[in-house]
Design a protein around this ligand. Sequence first.
Ligand SMILES: NC(=O)C1=CN([C@@H]2O[C@H](COP(=O)(O)OP(=O)(O)OC[C@H]3O[C@@H](n4cnc5c(N)ncnc54)[C@H](OP(=O)(O)O)[C@@H]3O)[C@@H](O)[C@H]2O)C=CC1
Ligand SMILES: N[C@@H](CC=O)C(=O)O
Length: 339
Amino acid sequence: MRVNLVLTGFGVVGREFVRLLQEKHRFLRRAYELDFRLVAVGGRGGFITSEDGLDLKILGDAEPGSDSLETFSKNSGLPLMSTFDQADALIEATPTDTDSGEPGFGYIMKAIHHQMDIVAISKGALVRHYDTIFTAADANQVKLKFSGATAAALPTLDIGQISLAGSEIVSIEGILNGTSNYILSSMQREQVSFEEALKAAQHQGIAEANPRLDVEGIDSACKILLLANSLLGSRLSLSDVTVTGIVGVSSEDIIEASAQGKKMKLLARAYKQDGTVRVEVGPSMIGSDHLLSSVDGTNKGIVFRTDTMGDVGAVGGSSSPRGAAAAALKDLIHLYHTT
Ligand SMILES: NC(=O)C1=CN([C@@H]2O[C@H](COP(=O)(O)OP(=O)(O)OC[C@H]3O[C@@H](n4cnc5c(N)ncnc54)[C@H](OP(=O)(O)O)[C@@H]3O)[C@@H](O)[C@H]2O)C=CC1
Ligand SMILES: N[C@@H](CC=O)C(=O)O
């Protein structure tokens, strides 16, 4: 099956997605009978498009960033267009803006009106406009997946929607932000300063374009909010989440955690209490008996408490641009592969 794709956002994740399409082209055809063709890529300055498919090798070798699309346009003679034409699916990988949800929201709504399926990696639009997006998607028979926005390479939504079907999820607890976990682990294991550890996370391409989203707990809040609204039946907004980030965690706090034989972690929690769903993010000291205590560095982890299957969890899914791109590819495969 041929599937024509539009990608918005050619940053570190978008560029990695292009690389995966090229690297795995044959494998995807053989294993899933899926032939993905990238017909448009959009950056800040516009879209390069080709009905026959863009050259994945040239794009994959380019530096990430919108400037590369302008260079590609000049070198290839393909003009930069102001928007994209209809295709089968949109991959949304622009920066996350939790205030406006833009530019992702505009791209997602345009795709829905073109009846294109959507794989969202950015979180802003989903966090700000969840109901609007899903109502429009349903009305237009559009399918939408967003593993990339809910901890990416760490399976979270898939577990809740598929593996735990029939169970009631009573609570969700996770270490969902690789940047914060990397900072806390580096401070505790290697006595690295907060600032140095943040710089290293930025160097690895895992911090948000605005790293305050990571260290102030907003990225974790977005992820646990999306999980709560998708899996616990809530309809909460970001303002309903009680959020404390790791900016207030001092080296003294870390020393105290070590002295108690514990680890400092940024935990995101959603749970049912008195008939309502509560969602919160904050630093906690956890002991070795906690299911998430082995989650260090850029790794993440999640534990679901259920009524019939006990506690079920996953750990790993290290934050990385490649992991995020792979999560989007997984969503695409699940949208189009039929057994
Ligand atoms: N990095 C990671 O490990 C992960 C990231 N994510 C999410 O993926 C998304 C992308 O992240 P990442 O690749 O790291 O971020 P980057 O900042 O590297 O890339 C974002 C790209 O989008 C471009 N852009 C900005 N505005 C527009 C616009 N209006 N139209 C089209 N493109 C635009 C930027 O342009 P310019 O080059 O000019 O700045 C940039 O190239 C974010 O929403 C993030 O939350 C999710 C999981 C993991
Ligand atoms: N900034 C995030 C990556 C995307 O979700 C993280 O550090 O985990």
